[in-house]
Design a protein around this ligand. Structure first.
Ligand code: SF4
Ligand code: SF4
Length: 144
């Protein structure tokens, strides 16, 4: 069952040059009463658009908004699924925690382990570049 409670998720969008010129984000906010916080946006040399954003609103409105975007040919990826950590490789050195601005990676004082919450991750890929043992991995989105 879809509830009316507040819902928030970080997603990445990929869209064609044709969509870049349309006011999709304005329509999304106006028609479905959603708010969004753009975390990263880029137009490629071929004029395709890439955007990472946090989308918030009532869960039923969120689902309608996602359907609206998909109906207009925008492919959507849940950012929480795009960055993963190989738990066996991580040595809990803590290097990545200094670079993770949204604190998706942080040192737990009690256990002295570095914890990872992929729901806070914005897929900036900083941790994947610095991890000395390659424990943090980026899938599908490449360098976006
Ligand atoms: S930099 Fe790599 S090894 Fe070190 S805590 Fe982060 S994920 Fe683990
Ligand atoms: S990609 Fe790594 S550094 Fe960037 S937000 Fe996610 S966990 Fe933090």
């Amino acid at each position: 069952m879809v509830s009316s409670k507040q819902y928030s998720k970080i997603i990445s969008l990929h869209f064609s040059p044709d969509v870049v010129r349309r006011p999709m984000m304005y329509n999304l906010a106006k028609q479905f009463d959603l708010t969004f916080n753009i975390l990263k946006a880029r137009i490629s040399p071929r004029e395709e658009g890439h955007m990472t954003l946090e989308l918030s609103g009532k869960e039923e409105d969120y689902k309608k908004g996602i359907s609206y975007l998909q109906e207009h040919g925008i492919s959507i990826q849940d950012v929480a699924q795009s960055i993963t950590r190989d738990e066996e490789s991580c040595t809990h050195c803590g290097l990545c925690t200094a670079l993770c601005l949204v604190r998706a990676l942080w040192l737990d004082e009690e256990s002295r382990k570095v914890l990872f919450d992929n729901n806070k991750c914005t897929a900036c890929s900083m941790c994947t570049r610095v991890c000395p043992v390659g424990a943090m991995n980026s899938e599908a989105n490449g360098d976006f």
